[in-house]
Each structure stands twice: as C-alpha cells, then as structure tokens.
Design a protein. Structure first.
Length: 307
C-alpha cells in the first residue's frame, strides 16, 4: 500500500492559504521551486490539476476546491499533533482564533475574554464577530460559538445552554395596529426579519399545537440588533433572542406578545474542528467558555407583556 504524500498535501494547503506559490514558500521556509514540485507531484498522483495558473493569477480548479478542505484538515491536524507534544510549560501561549455572533459576542463573550486573558497572559485571542455562519475549517478558526439548531456535520459540537426567543413590539405599534392573540394573526402585521435564520417562525402553544408563520415586512437585516431601532420606532413586530431584547423589555420600550405561544428555544453551541487533537491554549479557552456560558443566566429583567 502506498502511503499518502503528506508533505505535498501540507504544501498544497499552504499554497491555498497564502494564495500563491511564493507566499507559501516564504511562510513555510522552502524554495518556490520545491513548493511547485510538491504540488505538481500531488497533481500527478491524483491525475488532475489542482490550480489554474497564469502569470497574474492562481485559482483552484473545480477538482481542487473540495480537496483544499481536506488539505487544510491534514495540515491543521498535523500542527495540532505537534503542538500537543510541546512542553506543558509553554503550552498556554500563542494565538487562538475564535468566532462568535455579533451581539452575543459583544454582550457576553468580550467580557469573558478579558477575564480569560488575565488568567492566561501568554495566550492571544483573535476574535471574529459576525452573525454569518463561518466555515470553521476553511477559515482557520479554532473555536466558534453558534446560536442555532445544527445540521449534521463532521464538526465537534457541545451544547452549552438554551437561548430564549421573544416576539416583541413597541407599545405604539400595538396601539395603532392591535395586539395579535394567535400566531396566525401575525400574517396581518408588519414583521421584521432576521435574514441569517431562514424558514418560517415556528410556535408551540396550548395543547402542543404547532403554528408556522412566514415573516414579511418593511425591514430584513443580518443583525438582530439592527432591527431594534425600527421596533422601538413602531414599525413592526420581530422575533429576537433574550440578550438583545431584555434591556428594552425592562425599560418598557418593547413589550412581549404571544407569551402563551413561545417560539421554540434555540441553543448556544461551542463548535470545534473535527480533530480531537487541540493545543493546550485552545483547550484552556474551550474549558473556560464552556464553564462560564453553560450556566449563562438571563438578565434579571421583567417579562413585560402586552395585554
């Protein structure tokens, strides 16, 4: 049995990461000729081209694109294996790349990172905040936090806690348009949508009844926080998580409606690449976040409902 050319796979991953043969050569300390030969050797073994090469541009072929993810995993697991073998005295040092949802990251994650970095001064955190779903492996993240129901995947996932969702509106909107008493009546209202979550709004009510409503209205945004000014201005109704609406419920700027028809709760998950081998600095951050976020208490705010 012929063993895989792991060096060529790793060099291929480096070329993809640095988007050039010369950039990869500089990054890994090899000559450009050595890098080029390794990629050519891998292409010959696979029987297909991995890159389109011109004097000005280097681009992955159709065959190369899916193989780039495999190469990135090979390189990441090799690096993790070597780092796992390092002396424990130097293990808690280096950079960790962390992805988190925008609003949740600002409210809950950023304060925790300040505490974590105080405990581990040798570790550096590269925090990426976005409500868009990131490709953990392809984009090189060590850890990601996601608030969603997860599809089947090869990623490792740990469920940390439940995040409650609320249907909310401003008192002025409800005074002008009426208070829906059943989810089916939401179709008569202006609904503000969160574009990163597809599909209808789903409710479970008295007696276990299930209702689905398609959100349509004057504003859709890829950030839940961006919907709040329009809500407070009385422009519609939205479904938003507790960490966004709790302060506005407490102040009375927003009120909860359809309290007996609570939207299905969503969960906060901690995601990592598929390999169980991780550097100690990554394990330290995972353990810290899991401990602090698992018992995340909702802010002590009254649930102000419209009546």
């Amino acid at each position: 049995m012929r063993l895989p050319d792991l060096e060529a796979w790793a060099i291929f991953a480096a070329v993809v990461e640095h988007r050039s043969f010369s950039g990869a050569a500089d990054a890994i300390g090899l000559s450009k000729a050595t890098v080029s030969k390794a990629v050519t050797r891998l292409e010959a073994h696979l029987g297909q081209s991995l890159f389109h090469r011109t004097s000005r541009r280097l681009a992955l072929t159709e065959a190369g694109r899916p193989l780039a993810d495999h190469a990135a995993r090979i390189l990441a697991e090799a690096r993790a294996a070597e780092e796992a073998a390092h002396d424990a005295a130097t293990a808690h040092s280096g950079r960790v790349r962390l992805a988190a949802p925008m609003s949740f990251g600002v409210i809950h994650v950023a304060p925790l990172l300040a505490a974590f970095l105080t405990l581990h001064p040798g570790i550096e955190i590269d925090l990426h905040l976005s409500d868009a779903r990131v490709d953990i492996v392809a984009e090189g993240f060590d850890v990601a936090l996601r608030i969603a129901e997860l599809p089947d995947s090869s990623l490792r996932a740990r469920r940390l806690c439940t995040v409650a969702a609320f249907i909310v509106a401003a008192p002025a909107y409800l005074a002008a348009h009426g208070i829906p008493g059943h989810p089916a009546q939401l179709g008569e209202h202006r609904l503000l949508g969160y574009s990163n979550v597809t599909g209808p709004w789903r409710f479970r009510g008295p007696g276990g009844a299930d209702v689905a409503v398609r959100a349509q209205g004057p504003l859709t945004a890829n950030s839940g926080e961006a919907l709040v000014p329009a809500l407070i201005a009385g422009l519609g109704i939205a479904r938003l998580p507790d960490f966004i609406v709790n302060p506005h419920l407490a102040s009375g700027a927003l009120v909860e409606i359809l309290a007996d028809w609570a939207p299905a709760p969503i969960a906060l998950h901690l995601m990592t690449p598929p390999s169980p081998l991780r550097p100690a600095r990554v394990e330290a951050l995972i353990a810290f976040l899991a401990d602090r976020l698992r018992d995340r208490a909702e802010a002590a705010t009254p649930r102000i409902s419209a009546t």
